[in-house]
Design a protein around this ligand. Sequence first.
Ligand code: NIG
Length: 412
Amino acid sequence: MTHDLVIANARIVTCAGPAVRRGAAMRDLGIIAQGHVAIDAGRIAAVGSGPAPIGVTTIDAGGRVVMPGLIDCHTHACWAGNRFDEWEQRLSGVPYLDILAKGGGIMSTVRSVRTASRDTLVGGILDRVRQASARGTTTLEIKSGYGLTLDAERAMLAAIRDAAAIAADRVRIVPTALLGHAIDPDRADFVDEVIDLTLPAISKAFPGTAIDAFCERNAWSLDAVRRLFEAAARLGHPLRLHADQFNDLGVLPLAGALRLRSVDHLEASTDAGLAALAATWDAGAGCVGVGLPLCGTHMADGRFARLRRLIDLGGACAVGTNCNPGSAPCISMPLALGMAVRHCGLTAQEAIIAGTVNAAHVLGDSDVGRLMPGLKADLILLHHRDERALLHDLDADHVAQVMFSGRLVPTV
Ligand code: NIG
């Protein structure tokens, strides 16, 4: 049989196995030291060693690494304006949450987004998506959350949908409705308004989209999150939560009961909280801890999620860029994964699983993140012959070729 495309003579990091990994299973990359990947109609037809099958087109990888396209499961890549002034304030020692409490930070981007045109929002997303793709990302999540009114949240989600359609030849964009990102100081009964008005309308316009919130002092309280999430669960939405970024407000022991798909940040998590998060798997409620180490890197505050501890406790983790205009203005998954190795204690192998298989699980997509027959042919060819270089060499030119749904994508 002749395949559409064959990549031959490659070191293949298949990541084959279950669709989510935890504990020691996060170290198994399913490597084929010298092998091939065959692709038909945008899907993987075969992965193996031995003589390569015939392809209409054949790429000789020359022994370099082929692996699943990277999956960025946490971004805020839809925004307008910039936060350079706030950055300078933070560098001079003003805390992030103090800036937010005074109406800056997230609220400053909210003001920029509310007055931005659709073209500005879509153009910003496309520019960031182009950069992500050049760095090996084939699927990324983009949150709303800088609108906070029904109209502005709807406009953000529409811009994300429009950008997804335009970029559909190179990347898969998964929207998340971050309805609880901040408390709008200008609107009385804001939490009730989000739960009673914004959520049902967004649910109708964007059914099944994950709902997210920021549980933190000066943002959403645990009680407000619980009310929002109970309503969202009744409407059938998956739930994700920003928690333990600066303060532990007691979310992790409730992660299983709230049926959270992921809890993201975890910089302030205690041992007991991480143990509770790990225990969600034995309780059948499996919740993934998402580390966002570009945040600690950009904020230069030395605060990082203790993902090593979470894995050693038998938990599952993923890693995302958290690309946003305030705490992590960067959309490079290789850099995020490299920082997860340096600062969160992951091994190179665990970091790769965190940025492929487990990130796909967080986004509810078991069709990507692994190179296995039948799955989507989203993969990257590295310049390297050893996958550890992806984590070891910082800000290097890692990606020789990106393939999305079986088609080669331009890398610039
Ligand atoms: O995950 N903490 C909440 N949200 C983002 C930051 C967004 C912003 O500062 O604009 C985060 O770090």
